[in-house]
Design a binder for this molecule. Structure first.
Ligand code: KG4
Ligand code: ZN
Length: 348
């Protein structure tokens, strides 16, 4: 089964081809950062229009890179939510229309399921069950993953997502959107110890998160000192340390609570180097293994959508030919496709 994956949920247009048994054949991505940078955030209408311009050329590009014709595609997987409704509808319309024209099935993929399964594109791939720390621009969750579609929410953020906290803090430190990676680069030049920010909810039981207070703490600390480059770097460093401490402590707590010894980290913030290094060390100290997608597959991409969709299509799952997108879609509402898909994932 050769699957074309399509991702258009936010500000990245992406296409990929995944083939069962052979793996990822091609993937391509177009980032809209240049379009949104002047506005300091994603402008939904501009995002939708750019997806319309870029998606079909990207589909042609991955087909040609994989040496395939459209007729060689056996199924189509597209992100149907959660995300920006207009942006999602572009992907859904193209995916459904292509599937109809080619006479192949199409399957609606949950964006976070894509992120969750992205580490399975790497070698070694984690086997089930594992705990997933999902850290993106819109979500911060700890999930117990028993198999494909068998997700138990252990904890989540009560306010801002961690990527959102990175982006908002970056903005107040004068960095351009999207600020996460830029803030991390600034933090690398910062000094430890000059500022100390709270580790939200660490003193409470459970594995929920809260990041909105942290951003405010940075704001007040920044106002109290003269504004210079080293100060901004020191603030960035202290912010990143607080985030990494909190995420690492909660992830390890989730492993303890579930008795699972495999941790998967996915989503855009999973590209953060300090977080990766810290989790590797902490997990090893607790006798657990940690799995990450390569940094390019932490942030939005279509490879993860093609992969997640391939598992579902291979299990015989396909949706009715209706163009539909879901801006909100709880991850825990997903169900397992069938035991076939889990066997396939476990065999990888
Ligand atoms: O998963 P993703 O690409 O999109 C969503 O589904 O939200 O995540 C994007 C988020 C943004 O908030 C971005 O600032 C953050 O991931 N991010 C980072 C890094 N790279 C991307 N945050 C911290 N450090 C990074 N290196
Ligand atoms: Zn994402």
């Amino acid at each position: 089964m050769r699957v074309l994956g399509i991702e258009t949920s936010c500000d990245e247009t992406a296409a990929a081809i995944y083939e069962e048994g052979r793996g990822l054949l091609a993937h391509a991505l177009h980032s809209q950062v240049d379009i949104h940078v002047d506005y300091g955030g994603v402008v939904p209408e501009l995002a939708s229009r750019d997806h319309i311009r870029k998606l079909l050329p990207l589909v042609s590009e991955v087909l040609s890179r994989a040496g395939l014709e459209p007729a060689d595609v056996d199924g189509i997987a597209y992100t149907a939510g959660p995300g920006l409704q207009g942006a999602l509808l572009v992907g859904a319309s193209v995916a459904r229309s292509l599937a109809y024209a080619l006479g192949v099935p199409a399957v609606a993929v949950h964006h976070m399921e894509g992120h969750l399964l992205a580490p399975m594109l790497e070698t070694p791939a984690p086997s089930f069950p594992f705990v997933a720390l999902l850290v993106s621009g819109g979500h911060t969750m700890l999930v117990l993953v028993r198999g494909v579609g068998r997700y138990e929410l252990l904890g989540e953020t009560r306010d801002d997502a961690v990527g959102e906290a990175f982006d908002k803090t970056a903005k107040l430190l004068g960095l351009p959107y999207p600020g996460g990676a830029a803030l991390a680069a600034l933090a690398a030049r910062g000094r430890t110890g000059r500022f100390q920010f709270p580790r939200p909810l660490l003193d409470q039981p459970g594995v929920d998160f809260s990041f909105s207070g942290l951003k405010t703490a940075v704001l007040y600390a920044a106002r109290a000192v003269p504004d210079d480059e080293q100060t901004r770097a020191d603030l960035a460093r202290a912010f990143e340390e607080a985030v990494v401490d909190t995420l690492a402590a909660k992830a390890l707590r989730a492993l303890e609570l579930t008795g699972v010894d495999r941790l998967v980290v996915a989503g855009g913030v999973g590209a953060n180097r300090s977080l990766r290094e810290r989790l590797v060390v902490e997990a090893a100290a607790h006798g657990a293994a940690v799995y990450f997608p390569r940094p390019a597959f932490c942030t939005d991409n279509a490879a993860m959508i093609a992969y997640a969709g391939a598992l579902r299509l291979a299990a015989g799952e396909a949706d009715e030919p209706v163009i539909r997108a879901r801006a909100r879609w709880p991850l825990a509402s997903l169900t397992a496709p069938s035991s076939v898909a889990e066997d396939a994932a476990e065999a990888r």
